[in-house]
Design a protein around this ligand. Structure first.
Ligand SMILES: *Cc1c(COP(=O)(O)O)cnc(C)c1O
Length: 708
C-alpha cells in the first residue's frame, strides 16, 4: 500500500491517525468517526461529498494545527482512534465462537458491483448494496473474507434530466486519487499490474484496494496504458451493453480477479459468487487443481463442494448468455488446460432445451456449485421453477436451490439520531446484539413524542436537502425553472409524504400510482389532508421504456394541476437513499409480482420508522405482519396493473391518509407512531445483514469449509 502519511503532509503527528482512518470505510458506519472529520470544517465536509480523503487533502494546514491544540477535539479524536485501532486488531469473535477457527483461509467473495458509500460509485442498485452490506457485516462479525470487484472510473451513470424529461448522462470520471481507495504496489513501488492469464489477446489490470473494516476489497482497473483502447474501456462503467465487451468484462472479473488473489499470495477456501457475472472464477479453480495433481472429475467435485452461488434475477432475460463462438474466441487457449474437450466445457453452460442458445453464466454457476440460493423465500421458489430443467429427474420442490433472504447493514442504514434514541431506550448493547428480536421488544419504552419529533426533524432535513440541491442546479447549471419545480422546491414538510426511489425499469412500475389521475389528484390536492410523493431513480442508459416512465413522472412533477405535490429528484445515489429512507413518511414499492427478487430499500426505511407500503412480493411476503405497514396485490394475474392500482388507492384513501392525519390532543398521531414502532421492532432484527451473514455462514460457509 502507498504510504498514507506522505499523502497528507498538512496533518501534524498528534492527529496523524486521521489519514489512516480516512482510508478505511469503517468511518462510514461509525457516526463518531464521521464527526471527527465533520468537526474539522463542516462546509468542507459537505462540499467533499462526505469523502474524508478528498477533504483532508484540500484543507489548509492551519485547520489541522488549530484542532491539534483543541482539547475537546483531541478528546473525541483519541476515543475514535483508540476504538478504531482496537477493533482493527481484535476481530469480532462471532465467527471463531460459532463457525470455525478464525485462522482458516478466507472466503473469496466476487461481485461485479459494490455499494459502499457515495464517494465510490461502483454500484447500479440493490445487487451492489447487498454486496457492500455483506462485506461490512463480515467485518463486524470477524469473518475471514476477501472481496474482488471492479474500479469503474465512470461509475454507473450521473443522471441529469432535460427540460422535456428525458434522462441524460453527465460524463464524470472518478478522480482516483481523491477517493478512499489505494493503489496496491509491487516490490519496486509501482502499482501492481496483472495479466489476465491464458486469455488471448492479452488484457492487463491494475489493482486497487478499499479497506472495509477488516475486509480488503481488491478492485480491477483496465484503464492503463499497456492496454489498447478497447481493453482500456473494459472497466469503464457498469454493465456494458455490447455482448463481446460484456464477456470481456466477465473474463476480467472471474479469471483476472483470481489471478490478482494468486499474485498477492492470498489463498482462499470457499468461493462465493454474487450473481453469475464472476462465474469464470470457477474455471480458474478447476484449472489450478488440474494443473496440480487432480483429475478433472476430482477437481470439479472439490470445487463444487467449496463454491457458493447467489442468484438475484427472477427473469430469464436478466441472465447473461454468450454465443459459443465468442467463448471460443477467448478460451481456445484455455480449454486444453482443463484436460477435457471444448464441448464438455460448453455443455456446462448450456440449458438442456436450448443447447445451441449459448453459454449461460447462471446455468454454469448452478452446475458448478454445491450451495446456491435465491434472495427471499419467494425468489427461492421462482428460481426452483426457472432452473428445473437443470435437474430433470427432480420434482420442482426438490430442486436444490435454497434461499437466504437479504438484509441490510444496520449501522450503515440507521440514522445517527435514531441510533442515539435507541442507545437511550434499548439498553447499552442493542447495537452489538441487534439481530436478537428480544432487544427490540423495548421499543415501547420510547415515548411517542420523542420518536415523532426525531422523525419530523428528519423529514424537514430531507426536504431542505432536496431544496438545496435544486438551488445548486439553478445557480450553477442555470437549468430551466421547470427542473426547479419538478426537483422538489414546492415540497411541504407538513404533508403526508410518500417516497419511491429505485432503478427505473419497467417491472418496478414507478408510474402505477398515476393510473387514475383524477383519483390521485383528489389526494394530492386535498386542502386539509394533502399527499405528496418524492420520486428518484435512474434508468439504464439502454432502457428506453424505463426512460419513458421517468419522463412521464418528471412531466407530472411540473404540471400545475398537480400542485407541486410530485417531485422528481435527480441522480439517485447512496446519499439521497439515506436521506429519503430516513425522512419520508411511507416507503412505496409496487413491482409487478413476482419480479422483485427481494428488494432492500423498504428494510432501510422500516428500521428507521418509515413504514412500508408494498405489493406482496420479494421480502415483504416474509416481513409484513399486518401491523408494521401495508401490503397489497401480489397475485400473478392478468390485468395486474389496474387491480394493483385500485388496491393502492383504496389503502391510501381508507387507511393511510386517515391514520396519518389522526392527530391526538397533544399534537402527536399516536396510532401512526404505533405503526412506526411496530415496523422498527419487527423488521430491524430479522432483515439485518447480521441475520443474513450468519445464515450464509451456518448454512453454507461452515459446510463448504469442511471440504476446503
Ligand atoms: C438500497 C438501495 C437500492 C436497492 O433498493 P431496492 O429496494 O432493491 O430497489 C438501490 N439503490 C440505492 C442507492 C440503495 O441505497
Amino acid at each position: 500500500m502507498d504510504n498514507i502519511k506522505e499523502k497528507f503532509p498538512n496533518i501534524p503527528e498528534r492527529i496523524s491517525g486521521l489519514g489512516e482512518l480516512s482510508y478505511n470505510l469503517w468511518w462510514s458506519w461509525h457516526p463518531s468517526a464521521r464527526m471527527v472529520f465533520k468537526l474539522l470544517d463542516r462546509i468542507a465536509w459537505k462540499e467533499s461529498g462526505h469523502n474524508p480523503v478528498k477533504m483532508l487533502k484540500e484543507l489548509p494546514k492551519e485547520v489541522f494545527d488549530t484542532v491539534a491544540n483543541d482539547s475537546e477535539y483531541l478528546h473525541r479524536y483519541d476515543v475514535v482512534i483508540a476504538t478504531f485501532y482496537r477493533e482493527m486488531q481484535t476481530r469480532g469473535c462471532w465467527f471463531s465462537e460459532n463457525i470455525t477457527d478464525p485462522e482458516c483461509l478466507p472466503v473469496a467473495y466476487f461481485s461485479a458491483e459494490y455499494g459502499l458509500h457515495h464517494s465510490l460509485p461502483f454500484y447500479a442498485g440493490g445487487l451492489g448494496f447487498l454486496a457492500g452490506d455483506h462485506i461490512k457485516e463480515c467485518s463486524d462479525l470477524g469473518m475471514p473474507l476477501v472481496a474482488v470487484g471492479f474500479m469503474y472510473p465512470e461509475g454507473y451513470l450521473r443522471q441529469k434530466v432535460r427540460m422535456d424529461g428525458w434522462q441524460e448522462n453527465v460524463d464524470e470520471i472518478l478522480f482516483r486519487d481523491a477517493a478512499p481507495i489505494t493503489r496496491v504496489l509491487e516490490e519496486k513501488g509501482e502499482q501492481l499490474v496483472v495479466k489476465v492469464p491464458f486469455i488471448e489477446p492479452s488484457i492487463y489490470v491494475a489493482v486497487w484496494k478499499v479497506s472495509v473494516g477488516h475486509i480488503s476489497l481488491y478492485l480491477l482497473d483496465t484503464d492503463i496504458e499497456i492496454n489498447d483502447p478497447w481493453n482500456r474501456s473494459i472497466s469503464a462503467h457498469l454493465y456494458i451493453g455490447d455482448t463481446e465487451q460484456r464477456l470481456r468484462q466477465e473474463i476480467v472479473l472471474g479469471i483476472g480477479g483470481s489471478e490478482v488473489l494468486n499474485t498477492l499470495g492470498i489463498k482462499h477456501s470457499v468461493l462465493h459468487l454474487n450473481e453469475g457475472h464472476p462465474a469464470f472464477a470457477i474455471l480458474e479453480r478447476v484449472r489450478e487443481r488440474v494443473e496440480g495433481t487432480m483429475s478433472y472429475d476430482a477437481a470439479v467435485k472439490q470445487v463444487r463442494a467449496t463454491t457458493v452461488f447467489t442468484t438475484h434475477t427472477p427473469v430469464p432475460a436478466g441472465h447473461d448468455v454468450f454465443p459459443f463462438h465468442l467463448i471460443d474466441k477467448y478460451f481456445s487457449h484455455y480449454y486444453p488446460l482443463l484436460g477435457i474437450s471444448r464441448d464438455t466445457i460448453l455443455q456446462m453452460g448450456a440449458l438442456p432445451k436450448e443447447l445451441a442458445a449459448g453459454f449461460n453464466m447462471t446455468a454454469f454457476a448452478l452446475r458448478m456449485s454445491a450451495y446456491h440460493n435465491g434472495v427471499s423465500s419467494k425468489h427461492g421458489e421462482v428460481s426452483r421453477r426457472m432452473w428445473q430443467s437443470l435437474w430433470p429427474d427432480l420434482p420442482e420442490e426438490k430442486i436444490p436451490i435454497d434461499h437466504i433472504t437479504n438484509g441490510v447493514h444496520v449501522p450503515t442504514w440507521i440514522e445517527p439520531k435514531m441510533e442515539l434514541l435507541f442507545n437511550k431506550y434499548l439498553g447499552p448493547t442493542w447495537l452489538e446484539d441487534h439481530d436478537n428480536p428480544v432487544v427490540w421488544e423495548l421499543i415501547d419504552d420510547i415515548p411517542d413524542q420523542e420518536l415523532w419529533q426525531i422523525h419530523s426533524w428528519l423529514k424537514t432535513k430531507l426536504i431542505n436537502f432536496i431544496k438545496e440541491r435544486a438551488r445548486k442546479r439553478w445557480v450553477e447549471n442555470k437549468v430551466s425553472p421547470i427542473n426547479i419545480i419538478a426537483g422538489g422546491t414546492l415540497l411541504d414538510p407538513s404533508a403526508l409524504t410518500i417516497g419511491f426511489a429505485r432503478r427505473f425499469t419497467t417491472y418496478k412500475r414507478a408510474d402505477l400510482i398515476f393510473s387514475n389521475i383524477e383519483r390521485l389528484k383528489k389526494l394530492l390536492m386535498s386542502r386539509w389532508r394533502p399527499l405528496q410523493i418524492i420520486f428518484a431513480g435512474k434508468a439504464h442508459p439502454a432502457d428506453d421504456p424505463g426512460k419513458r416512465i421517468l419522463q412521464r413522472i418528471f412531466n407530472f412533477a411540473h404540471d400545475p394541476d398537480l400542485g407541486g405535490r410530485i417531485a422528481f429528484v435527480e441522480d439517485y445515489d447512496e446519499q439521497l437513499a439515506q436521506y429519503m429512507t430516513h425522512g419520508v413518511d411511507v416507503w412505496l414499492n409496487n413491482p409487478l409480482s413476482p419480479m422483485e427478487a427481494c428488494g432492500t430499500s423498504g428494510m432501510k426505511a422500516s428500521m428507521n420508522g418509515v413504514p412500508h407500503l408494498s405489493i406482496l412480493d420479494g421480502w415483504w411476503i416474509e416481513g409484513f405482519n399486518k401491523k408494521n405497514g401495508w401490503g397489497f396485490g401480489g397475485k400473478e394475474r392478468e390485468n395486474g396493473d389496474a387491480s394493483d392500482a385500485e388496491a393502492l388507492y383504496e389503502i391510501l384513501e381508507n387507511e393511510i391518509i386517515p391514520l396519518y392525519y389522526k392527530i391526538d390532543d397533544d399534537g402527536i398521531p399516536h396510532d401512526w407512531v404505533k405503526v412506526m414502532k411496530e415496523a422498527i421492532r419487527s423488521i430491524a432484527p430479522l432483515f439485518s445483514a447480521r441475520r443474513m451473514v450468519k445464515e450464509y455462514a451456518e448454512k453454507f460457509y461452515q459446510n463448504a469449509l469442511k471440504s476446503a
